[in-house]
Design a protein around this ligand. Structure first.
Ligand code: MF3
Ligand code: CO
Ligand code: CO
Length: 291
């Protein structure tokens, strides 16, 4: 296993790519409303990424071994869809919840981030699942620092999901990210503290737990990409790209519109944000979709 350690120059390029990824999510939030199709959200994001940011949408034609090329520029995973949903003709209706996952390539470097969005008012369950999943992501991120173990991340996430009777998807995980979309290490969202690879300053990876309201079992749809819960229960996911530092972490996928971290996160998250930028999120997780 080769885990790239990024130098100062590479980290600066990752900050720029990751910020752009987060800006795409800020941009699309007000368009997530009843009546819009996931295909329209894709087109809007594609145009923003290409024309406004001057970046490349990494998912478009992405074809890892064993996969057909992904046909769109973002992933939209609605309700019981866990991840890798392909945007299309699906019309969003009030009460739907979805994950929008954006990865841009800027100057050869990848920024990967996703958030949950509510279409109108969510059900009590959908809101709670989204919020608990957000807490799971942050509890995982809070484990990050040089010398800690990757297993610490998974253990923290799993413990929190278990508390609510939710389940953690095991087939997909966080991942190293940089000049490649997906590279080592694998960041499992379950496991045992004190196990696995030890983190080093300069590693960059995602934390992106997928949490199901029901059982953890998955099914792949015939399109070859979309992953759904086997029991058709709701699923939620949040994703940040994170840099390991000597004393902790730096969130790279920061933007003015990102939701605030949960209250238990004491640290100043947006260390890389300019001082005059709006504070990181005045919105509760998942509420950034305009009603
Ligand atoms: N962005 C996803 C991740 O977090 C990967 C999507 S691959 C795609 O790793 F081809 F479906 F876009
Ligand atoms: Co990712
Ligand atoms: Co992603």
């Amino acid at each position: 296993m080769y885990i790239p350690i990024k130098d100062a120059d590479q980290i600066e390029k990752m900050r720029a790519a990751c910020r752009d990824g987060a800006l795409v999510l800020d941009y699309i939030a007000p368009f997530v409303k009843p009546g819009v199709t996931t295909g329209e959200l894709d087109r809007l994001c594609h145009d923003f990424i290409v024309n406004e940011l001057g970046d490349i949408p990494a998912p478009l034609n992405y074809a890892p071994p064993g996969y057909t090329p992904f046909p769109k520029s973002i992933c939209t995973s609605v309700n019981h869809q866990i991840c890798h949903g392909i945007p299309g003709d699906k019309v969003l209706k009030a009460g739907d919840v979805l994950n929008i996952d954006v990865t841009v390539i800027k100057d050869g470097w990848h920024g990967d981030t996703s958030r949950m969005f509510y279409v109108g008012e969510p059900s009590v369950l959908a809101r709670r699942l989204s919020e608990v999943t957000y807490e799971c992501m942050w509890l995982g991120i809070e484990q990050v620092r040089a010398g800690a173990f990757l297993g610490d991340i998974g253990a923290a996430i799993q413990a929190h999901a278990d508390k609510f009777g939710y389940s953690v998807v095991r087939e997909f995980c966080g991942h190293g990210v940089g000049a490649s979309f997906h590279e080592d290490p694998q960041v499992l969202h379950y496991g045992k503290a004190g196990t696995g690879v030890q983190m080093e300053a300069g590693m960059i990876f995602t934390v992106e737990p997928m949490i199901n309201a029901g059982r953890r079992d998955i099914r792949e749809m015939p399109d070859g990409w979309t992953i759904v819960t086997r029991d058709r229960s709701l699923s939620a996911q949040w994703e940040h790209t994170v840099l390991v530092t000597e004393t902790g972490y730096e969130i790279l996928t920061v933007s003015p519109g990102m939701p605030a971290p949960p209250a238990f996160v004491a640290r100043q998250v947006a260390a890389s944000q300019p001082a005059d930028a709006p504070s990181a999120g005045t919105q509760a997780p998942g509420t950034q979709a305009a009603a």
